[in-house]
Design a protein around this ligand. Structure first.
Ligand code: G3H
Length: 487
C-alpha cells in the first residue's frame, strides 16, 4: 500500500532486441532494472496483505461489492491513462509486436470491465433470498484470504491480471510477484494500485522467485496460489514443505496442443489456422499448436501450402509494421530451439523450409520439421517457440492415441469437412482435453469461455465468471422461517 524506495541489489532487465558491437559481439539492450527483494521484502508484503485481510474483518473483505467495484473502476481509468507507457514496455521487454502489445493491453482492460459486469450480475443473483423446507437462506460469494499471484512472460499483463483482478474484486488481498521478463511494465501501474485500493490490499514484491515464493508459501499465511507459467515451477512449489499443500491452487501450465488434419479437410483453411495457431507471438503461447498431425495422404500438399504461407510472414523487430516473428526473450532460448532441431535432424527428420537459423542474436527463423516421431524431443516436449513439428498418421486411432498418451491436456484442433468424422473424434477428445476446436486453431478467448486443462496442464478454471468463482467460496446466511419473518 505504499511505494518504497530501494537501495539494495538490482537486477538488470534486458530487451530481447540485441545490438551488435564493433567486435561482432551481441548484447541484449539494457532497459532498466528492478529491485531484488529477498525474504524480508516477501515477509513485509505478506504481512501487509494479511493485515489488510485481517481474517476477513478488514476494510476490503467487508466492503460492499459496489464500493469494491468503484475502486476497480478508478484503477482501470488510471491504467487506461498509462496505456502508451505499458504498451511500449510490453513491446521492449518481451519482444511482442506493437500491434499484439496493444491488443494485450486492450484485452486486459476489456477483461477488467467484463469482470465488473459479471460481478454485478453474480451479486444481483446472490442477494435474493431462497426459502427451502422452512429455511430462509441468502447465499454470498465470500473471499478466501491472501492470494499469491504470479503470471507468465508471454502475456505478462493479461495473464497476470486474469487472476489478480478477480482475486482482488472478490475481496481477497494479494501479494503479486511480477514475471522475470515483463517486470518493468508494471512500474507505471504501481501508483495506480496505491491510489485506487486501500492500504495493503495489493502488494507487489520484486525479487527472485526461488527466494521470495518459498518464503511466502512457508509462512502458511497464503490461502491461494495462482501461477500461470511452467509445470516445472508448479511441481517444484508443490514439493515445498507441507504447509504449501494446503493451498488452493489455480494453475495454468504447459501444453502440447495438437491439430489433427483429416484427408477431407479444407487445406487452405487448415493451413491458415495452423499457421496462426503455431506461430502467433513466435509460438510462445500456452494455447499454441505445438504438433501438427496430418493424414499421410495429404501431408505433401499440406506442407507445400504451409511453407508457402509461412514464407510470407514478416520476420523483424517488434516495432515494425506488419511483423509476425519477433526476437525471443534471451539468447538461451535460441540455443534451446537449435538443440530441438539438431535432435530431430539426428533422428531422421528434416527442416522442410528455409527456417531454423538465427539473426540479430535472438531473432529465430521459424522452422517446419517433418517427419517428427516418437523418440524425438519435439514429439513430446513443449517447444514454446517458433518450431512447427509435423507428423503424419495413417489411421485415426494413431492421432487419437497421441492426444490420449500425452501428459498434457489443454486443447486440440480437428480439421475435417465431414460432420461424421468430426463427431467420431469429438466425444473421446473432449474427455481428454478441455477444449476441442473444430476447423479452427486452439486459443483461450473469447474470455467468457472456460479456460483450463486436464492432466498436468491446469488446476482450477479461469474465464471472466469462472475466475470470480475460483477466488471465492459460497457462504450463506440462514434462518428458520417463523410467523414473524414470513413477510
Ligand atoms: O499463453 C497462454 C495464453 O493463455 C494464450 O492465450 O490463446 O489468447 O493467445 P491466447
Amino acid at each position: 500500500g505504499e511505494l518504497k524506495s530501494w537501495s539494495g541489489e538490482v537486477e538488470t532487465v534486458r530487451s530481447p532486441v540485441c545490438i551488435r558491437h564493433a567486435d561482432g559481439k551481441l548484447e541484449q539492450i539494457e532497459l532498466g532494472s528492478y529491485p531484488v527483494g529477498g525474504e524480508p521484502e516477501a515477509e513485509s508484503a505478506l504481512a501487509a496483505a494479511v493485515a489488510a485481510y485481517d481474517e476477513g474483518r478488514g476494510v476490503w473483505p467487508t466492503m460492499t461489492v459496489g464500493d469494491r467495484i468503484a475502486c476497480m473502476q478508478s484503477f482501470t481509468n488510471q491504467m487506461v491513462a498509462r496505456r502508451e507507457d505499458v504498451v511500449n514496455l510490453i513491446m521492449w521487454e518481451i519482444g511482442k509486436s506493437r500491434a499484439d502489445s496493444e491488443k494485450e493491453f486492450d484485452r486486459t482492460v476489456d477483461y477488467i470491465r467484463a469482470t465488473i459486469e459479471a460481478l454485478k450480475e453474480l451479486d444481483n443473483n446472490n442477494s435474493r433470498f431462497q426459502i427451502v423446507e422452512g429455511t430462509i437462506g441468502q447465499i454470498r460469494r465470500t473471499p478466501l484470504g491472501v492470494v499469491l499471484c504470479m503470471g507468465p512472460y508471454n502475456y505478462p499483463l493479461n495473464e497476470t491480471f486474469a487472476t489478480l483482478i478477480p482475486a482482488l474484486i472478490m475481496g481477497n488481498t494479494v501479494v503479486f510477484k511480477p514475471p522475470r521478463y515483463g517486470a518493468l511494465l508494471f512500474y507505471p501501474l504501481l501508483e495506480a494500485f496505491r491510489s485506487a485500493f486501500p492500504k495493503g490490499v495489493i502488494n507487489t514484491v520484486y525479487g527472485r522467485g526461488a527466494v521470495v515464493v518459498p518464503r511466502l508459501l512457508d509462512s502458511g499465511r497464503v490461502n491461494v496460489l495462482t501461477l500461470i507459467g511452467s509445470s516445472k515451477v508448479a511441481d517444484h512449489l508443490k514439493k515445498l514443505p507441507p504447509k504449501a499443500h494446503r493451498l488452493r491452487a489455480i494453475l495454468g501450465l504447459d501444453a502440447k496442443n495438437a491439430a489433427i488434419v483429416l484427408p477431407d479437410a479444407d487445406i487452405d483453411l487448415a493451413v491458415k489456422e495452423c499457421l496462426l495457431g503455431s506461430l502467433s507471438f513466435n509460438g510462445q503461447r500456452c494455447t499454441a499448436l505445438k504438433m501438427l498431425m496430418v493424414h499421410q495422404s495429404i501431408v505433401e500438399p499440406f506442407l507445400n501450402r504451409f511453407t508457402e504461407e509461412l514464407a510470407k510472414l514478416k520476420v523483424g523487430m517488434p516495432w515494425e509494421k506488419g511483423v509476425s516473428i519477433t526476437p525471443l526473450p534471451e539468447l538461451g532460448k535460441v540455443d534451446y530451439m537449435t538443440q530441438l532441431l539438431e535432435d530431430a535432424k539426428a533422428k531422421g527428420a528434416r527442416v522442410v523450409n528455409a527456417g531454423g537459423g538465427a539473426s540479430c542474436g535472438t531473432l529465430f527463423y521459424p522452422a517446419v520439421v517433418y517427419p517428427v516421431q516418437e523418440g524425438m524431443k519435439l514429439y513430446r516436449e513443449e517447444q514454446f517457440g517458433p518450431i512447427v513439428p509435423v507428423a503424419s498418421f495413417e489411421d485415426l486411432e494413431t492421432a487419437l492415441e497421441y492426444v490420449i498418451s500425452s501428459e498434457h491436456g489443454q486443447q486440440v484442433s480437428i480439421f475435417s469437412s465431414s460432420p461424421d468424422q468430426i463427431g467420431r473424434l469429438v466425444d473421446p477428445l473432449v474427455n481428454q482435453v478441455c477444449r476441442v476446436n473444430i476447423n479452427c486453431q486452439c486459443q483461450r478467448g473469447p474470455d467468457v469461455f472456460p479456460f483450463t486443462g486436464r492432466k498436468d496442464s491446469a488446476e482450477g478454471t479461469l474465464s471472466v465468471t469462472d475466475a470470480l468463482r475460483s477466488f471465492s467460496i459460497r457462504s450463506m446466511i440462514a434462518t428458520k422461517q417463523t410467523e414473524s419473518n414470513k413477510q
